[in-house]
Each structure stands twice: as C-alpha cells, then as structure tokens.
Design a protein around this ligand. Structure first.
Ligand code: CP
Length: 292
C-alpha cells in the first residue's frame, strides 16, 4: 500500500513523478476515466474543508471510483466514537483508499500502522498538507518551467500552518530558497527557516500568503485585522512592487482585506484559482499512486 502521510519523508523523485503524472491528467482531459472503476474511495473529514474535500471527490469521480463521503459532524463521532474506530469501520466495509483530514497532530502516523488500506493525508493539525503543497509546486513549475533556483517567501501565520511546513520540506528538496515572513508570535523557530522582512518578501519569485487561522489562535494573538493588514498584508500598494514575473499564491480560504487585499485575489499575477484547478490532477495522481 502507498499511503501519502507527508512530503517530509518523500523523495524528490517520488514528488517529481506525482507532478509529472498530474501533468499527464491535465493534458488528457477525459471527463471520466476507468482507472479506478470498481474501487471505493472514502473521504473522511474530521475537520471542515471545501477545496480539498471537493477536489478529492472530483478526482475520484474522474478516475471512475465509487465515492463515500464521511463528515464527522453528522456521524457517530458525535456519540464519542474514536477516529480509529471510525476509520476501521469504513475499512471493514471494503474501501480501497481513505482520504483523511484530522485536527490532532500525530494521530495519522499511528493510524497508518493499524489500518491496511492506503491513507492520504488531507491535512493533519499544523503538521502536513501534502496534496496542497504538491499542487502549489505544480502551479510554480507550470509558471516558471522549473523549481530549482526560485525564491519563495511564505507570509503570515506559519505557526499554525501545515501548508507552510509541507511546502518548506518539499521545496527545499528541489533547490528552492524558501523564506518565511511572520509576526513574531506566529513564527515556528523549530523549523530552522530564515525569516525576512515584508519588503524583502516582495523581491521573491513567489509570494505565498497564508490565512490567519483564527480558529487555532489563543486569545490575543491577533491585535486587529487592520493592524495585521498594515504590517503583514499583501496590499495593492505592496503588490505593485512585485517583479513582473512574480506570482501571488494563497492556499485559501482567504480572509479578504486581512492577509490579502480583495482586488489582488484575481489579479493577473495571482495564481489562487489556478491553484485550486491544479488540485484535481494532483489528487488524481496521488490516488492512482495509492492504488498502484
Ligand atoms: N486549502 C485548503 O485546504 O482548503 P480547504 O480547507 O477548504 O480544504
């Protein structure tokens, strides 16, 4: 079985083969393929999602799979059933692959030792969000032709960000210069990455804005949205200083006019909606890999 728990432990070659296979799917726009005909995929979301959940569902359906959608809010989790018992229950019904999003950190790795079907991490706590980073890398590679030598600055709430971690670990394998730019109380010193000023962030090839994750904050972390925007937001004024070849990214959902100005979301240099579009072929490639 070929689970995908994170990118930290995945080789550059494995990542590259997923990106190449995603390009294949993008260039073969058959609406529904038969690659996964007769296979069951379960999307098990113990935390809310729009993009990841639906793009996995589109990917599964495009591969011809039967799709089961599990949502913790309307399940027996509400009666106290554990994550393990829930996943084991779906496994016992004969699923072939499980897509899983979890709030707690560390649970997924343990779960993967006890569950036999391949598991794909759709985001676990602030640990990893591998398919998001893969679609981010795919988006960068598509724009620049190659990843090596790029400077990528990830701006904002790094402390709570699984997207920042997966991107850092994966991009570094490709010779990308990854920096962070964060308020002091949203930094993650244990990651040993370099932090730059907002002015320096604007000199990057890719400026990746992060959502301020209010739901994970302790009280008082964010003094005000206006204050955050003033110091760490990608405002229209700041965006005007970007190089012409540079691109703006954001994993979304977006707090408009907090970490990024409303008018920049669909700016010609923004790749925010193309990122979402690229999520489908990336997830097709990852599901295919899990079942190969
Ligand atoms: N980017 C991302 O993971 O979005 P969702 O939380 O909507 O899935």
């Amino acid at each position: 079985q070929r689970s995908l728990l994170g990118l930290k432990e995945l080789s550059k070659e494995e990542i590259e083969s997923i990106l190449d296979r995603a390009a294949y799917w993008e260039n073969h726009p058959v609406k529904v393929h038969t690659a996964m005909q007769g296979k069951f995929a379960a999307n098990m979301f113990f935390e809310n999602s729009t993009r990841t959940r639906f793009s996995f569902e589109v990917a599964e359906k495009r591969l011809g799979a039967e799709v089961l959608n599990f949502s913790a809010a309307v399940s027996s989790v509400q009666k106290g059933e554990s994550i393990y018992d829930t996943v084991r229950t779906l496994e016992s019904m004969g699923i072939d692959v499980g897509i899983i999003r979890l709030k707690p950190i560390g649970v997924l790795a343990e779960l993967a030792t006890r569950i036999k079907v391949p598991l794909i991490n759709a985001g676990d706590g602030n640990n990893e969000h591998p398919t998001q980073a893969l679609l981010d890398m795919y988006t960068m590679r598509k724009h620049f032709g190659q990843l090596k030598g790029l400077t990528v600055t990830i701006v904002g709430d790094v402390l709570h960000s699984r997207v920042a971690r997966s991107n850092l670990w994966a991009l570094q394998k490709f010779g990308v210069n990854v920096n962070f730019c964060s308020p002091p109380n949203m930094q993650a010193p244990e990651l040993n990455a370099s932090y730059v000023s907002m002015n320096d962030a604007l000199k990057s090839d890719v400026v990746m804005m992060l959502r301020v994750q209010l739901e994970r904050h302790e009280s008082g972390m964010l003094s005000s949205a206006e204050n955050y925007r003033e110091h760490y937001g990608l405002t229209a004024d700041r965006a005007s200083k970007l190089a012409k070849h540079a691109i703006i990214m954001h994993p979304a959902p977006i707090n408009r006019n907090v970490e990024i100005d409303d008018e920049l979301v669909e700016h010609p240099q923004s790749r925010i909606f193309p990122q979402m579009e690229n999520g489908v072929p990336i997830r097709m490639a990852v599901i295919e890999r899990a079942l190969s």
